[in-house]
Structure formats: structure tokens, C-alpha cells
Design a protein around this ligand. Structure first.
Ligand code: BG6
Length: 477
């Protein structure tokens, strides 16, 4: 397969998040954060939805983020492997609770700041551009316990302080930033996305949209600060993307598909266009939602829109108004999707749709007319280490090859894409299930779902394949 359409400065690389890779969950004075309260097993989903039993880890539960893959201590070894693959960029996140352990400390925590200084230095040493997310499923637990997290406007200003602190500290080292990872996740897994915990009688939808408003204002204030502090920097939003298809051409299905897309576009419409879209006013009225907005918010949102649209793409989604059809949902998809009879699924039930990637990219570009940055894409699969130590992950190569080819087609369609950082270039903890078994990496990590294993790193077949993709700037898939 040949493809020569990628710009010469295209940012090939990978993406990880502090909470799924670093481990060392209390090292250097770090405070507890959302994912430190997520065990593996059956409670995980209900906790992610906002039914949090306690604000401290519980005896007898296994919390995979506490050690994760120990990236905190092993990043030099990992960076050398990324460099060997030829990475131009690595997307990481800063853990808010390493910088401000309680979220509202008087001064920033020097040990946390130093860790990211060292990490960014190591990347730059290998000519790897850091692409940094400010909040990847990350709120200091103290803020959740004390203020109810993003439902409280106080978080807007605490987040602004945190953002300014890291912009000032890393302004010479980091030029690509993103505010909230998969900002639309807060509608689906509100604790994971925004630290929201619900109690009996709460108007859940109203709290979600109030928290969304606060995150949108905080995102705009961070964008403002980034533009002021790092004039040659770029800051983007980040959407969990994947267009909805109507199951049939019945206008009812088509309309529902449009509405489902808008549920997610809502966030980016505000972050990229700077105003609440007309349809959201109707939505708030129809659902009797009263969202408190301050008089200055409209100007803040209007004047500080993002420079690029970051997005993750794993699957397209399908929707139907037919009660019979919706009995057949795909499992494992956070966003809820009817099974698409034309498409295969991954082991975890996620629909595999390379063409949907091209469709999604085109739609996002048509809508926002800004550069796109693909900051997550990949296949979660279980890998076998053969007796000779090889990991032949042809299924992963096949998935990535077909998606990268469609990304090339999107570029030929006229879509501006500045980079591609595939998810989990080294195996990390799965966000949705907490498993290690659900692997995305080019690099295998010896660790299992129970936390056993040497943590040794090992190259998979896809390591050599991706190296060649980067070396040929996407010409050799
Ligand atoms: C995205 C997240 O939702 O998908 C990542 O931004 C996550 O944090 C990734 O890991 C893949 O999902 P999972 O559940 O397979 O890890």
C-alpha cells in the first residue's frame, strides 16, 4: 500500500496519559486523583458513572493506576524505544495532583514540576515534541471531596492557576497543548470525565451541563493564558469523536443521528466557534435545565477559541429509533451504539471502521475549518508472547494500516491534519476496564490484570512496522 500525501512536518508518534502510565501514585508528594479511586472489576463502571463509595482507596481492591507501567521511573528507557521508532511527537498529560497535590495549595509542588521538566528534556533530547494535555481524566480528589469537583465554579479558577503555572514553567519546552481530554466524556462517565459524584435526588443532567460550562470557561481561560505566555504555542480541544450513522434512511433515524452527533459537537462548537450553538438553547429548555453563567462568560468563550481540533477516533457509531434494532447494541462502547451489520468488532466489542475515520475527519474539518490533530487511534487487543519471545500482532498492524490509509484519503479530500499520535504506543492500563490485557502498544509490557509481571519492555512486530511507516512518512504502510 503506498501513500505519499503526508506533509513533511507531519507529527507521527504516540499518546499516553499520566494516570494510565506513570504509576508512582504518591511519589514526590502527589495527591490522589480520580483514577487512583478506580479499582478493576465490577465496581469500576459504576464508580466511573459517579457512584463513588469513598474518597480513599479501599482495602481488598486492586487499583491498577497506583503502579501502572511505572513510566514515572522508566520513562528514559521508554523514550529511547519511541525514538528508535522515529517518533516526532509524544502526547502525555500532566497530572494536576503532582503539581498541586490538593488542587488548591498555596504554592506548586517542586518535585512534581521537576518530574515533568526532566520528562520534557528527555523528549527534546530525542527530538520528540511534547504534546501535553492539561487534564486527562484527572482532578485532585481533595477538590472532589471539598467542592464537588467541576459542578463548582471554584474549579475554573483553580484550573486556571494550574494551567498558568505549567505554561510559565514549560513555555520553552512545550509548544503543543490541549485542555480537557475527551471533554464529551463527562456526559457518559461523569466521574472519570469530571470527578462528578452524585447523591440521591441530584438533577444529574443539570449538574453535568453545569460542570461542562465550567470546563468550557476554564478551557477558554487556559487558551487565553497559553496565547499570552507562549505566543508561539498552539492549544487545542480534544473530542472523543466517531460520527453517528443512522441505521436506516428513515428521517427519524437520520434526525436522531444528527442529535447524537450534536451531543458531542456541542463542546467543540463552544471551544472552536466561541458561542453556545442554537440547538443547545432548545435542548436546555426542553430538558428544563438551568445553567448558571456569569455575565463575563460569553466574552471569555468568544475571545479565546482553540487553535486546532484534537480528537480520538476508535469507532463510528450507529443509532436507530426502532425498538427492535436497539436491542442489538455493541458491548464495551462507552457511547452506546447499535451494532452495525456491515462492520466487524474488536475483542472488546468496539466497532472497527476505517472509512468512518475519513468520514469523521471530513465532518470535523467541514464544521470547524481548523487544523485537525489525531491524538488517539488504535486497537485494544490481547497479545500472546510466543515461546521464542515474539509478539506477532498482525491484527494491530492491519487495524492501523487501514486507518492510516483512510487518514491519507482524508488529507487528499482537503482535510488539514497536522499529526497522528496512536493510542498507547507502549501497553498501559485500559481506562474503561482497568485491564492490562487490553493492549494497544508497539511495545509489550510484562504485567497482567492482577499487577503481576516484571514490567520488562519488549518490541512487538508492530514496532518495526510503525518505524517503517514513520521513516517513509506514511508512504509504506
Ligand atoms: C480514550 C481515552 O477514551 O480511549 C484513553 O482518552 C483510553 O484514556 C482510550 O485509554 C482507550 O480506551 P480503553 O478503555 O481501551 O483504555
Amino acid at each position: 500500500m503506498s501513500n505519499n500525501v503526508f506533509p513533511s512536518d507531519f507529527l507521527w508518534g504516540g499518546a499516553i496519559a499520566a494516570n494510565q502510565a506513570e504509576g508512582a501514585y504518591l511519589a514526590g508528594g502527589k495527591g490522589l486523583t480520580i483514577v487512583d479511586l478506580l479499582p478493576t472489576g465490577e465496581h469500576r463502571r459504576s464508580i466511573m458513572k459517579g457512584n463513588v463509595p469513598a474518597f480513599t482507596p479501599l482495602e481488598g481492591e486492586f487499583y491498577p493506576s497506583h503502579e501502572a507501567i511505572d513510566f514515572y521511573h522508566r520513562y528514559k528507557e521508554d523514550m529511547a524505544l519511541f525514538a528508535e521508532m522515529g517518533f516526532k511527537a509524544l502526547r502525555v498529560s500532566i497530572s494536576w495532583a503532582r503539581i498541586f497535590p490538593s488542587g488548591e495549595d498555596e504554592t506548586a509542588n517542586e518535585a512534581g514540576l521537576q518530574f515533568y521538566d526532566d520528562l520534557f528534556d528527555e523528549m527534546l533530547k530525542h527530538n520528540i515534541q511534547p504534546v501535553v494535555t492539561l487534564a486527562h481524566f484527572d482532578v485532585p480528589v481533595h477538590l472532589i471531596e471539598t467542592y464537588g469537583s467541576w459542578r463548582n465554579r471554584k474549579l475554573v479558577y483553580l484550573f486556571e492557576t494550574y494551567a498558568k503555572t505549567v505554561f510559565n514553567r514549560y513555555k520553552e519546552k512545550v509548544k503543543y497543548w490541549m485542555t480537557f481530554n475527551e471533554i464529551n466524556m463527562l456526559l457518559h462517565l461523569p466521574f472519570l470525565g469530571a470527578g462528578l459524584v452524585f447523591k440521591e435526588g441530584d438533577n444529574i443532567k443539570e449538574i453535568q451541563y453545569q460542570a461542562a460550562h465550567h470546563q468550557l470557561v476554564a478551557s477558554a481561560l487556559a487558551t487565553k493564558a497559553c496565547h499570552e505566555i507562549i505566543p508561539d504555542g498552539k492549544i487545542g480541544c480534544m473530542l472523543a469523536a466517531g460520527s453517528f450513522y443512522p441505521y436506516t434512511c428513515n428521517p427519524e433515524d437520520v434526525f436522531q443521528g444528527m442529535e447524537k452527533d450534536r451531543e458531542s459537537y456541542f463542546f467543540i462548537d463552544v471551544q472552536s466557534r466561541g458561542v453556545y450553538p442554537g440547538y443547545s438553547k432548545r435542548f436546555f429548555e426542553d430538558h428544563n435545565l438551568h445553567i448558571v453563567m456569569e455575565p463575563e462568560d460569553a466574552d471569555i468563550l468568544k475571545n479565546h477559541t482553540v487553535d486546532y481540533i484534537g480528537f480520538s477516533y476508535y469507532s463510528s457509531r450507529t443509532t436507530s429509533t426502532d425498538p427492535e434494532v436497539i436491542k442489538n447494541m455493541t458491548s464495551g462502547n462507552v457511547f452506546g451504539s447499535v451494532a452495525n451489520p456491515y462492520l466487524a468488532k474488536s475483542e472488546w466489542g468496539w466497532t472497527i471502521d476505517p472509512k468512518g475515520f475519513r468520514i469523521t475527519a471530513n465532518q470535523l474539518h467541514d464544521r470547524y475549518q481548523k487544523p485537525l490533530f489525531v491524538v488517539e487511534n488504535g486497537l485494544g487487543a490481547s497479545d500472546e508472547v510466543s515461546p521464542d519471545g515474539e509478539i506477532n500482532d498482525d491484527y494491530r498492524i492491519d487495524y492501523l494500516q487501514r486507518h492510516i490509509a483512510e487518514m491519507g484519503e482524508a488529507i487528499k479530500d482537503g482535510v488539514e491534519i497536522i499529526g497522528y499520535t496512536s493510542w498507547g504506543p507502549i501497553d498501559i492500563v485500559s481506562a474503561s476496564s482497568g485491564e492490562m490485557k487490553k493492549r494497544y502498544g508497539y511495545i509489550y509490557v510484562d504485567r497482567d490484570n492482577e499487577g503481576k509481571g516484571s514490567l520488562e519492555r519488549r518490541k512487538k512486530k508492530s514496532f518495526h512496522w510503525y518505524k517503517n511507516v514513520i521513516q517513509s512518512n506514511g508512504a509504506n504502510l
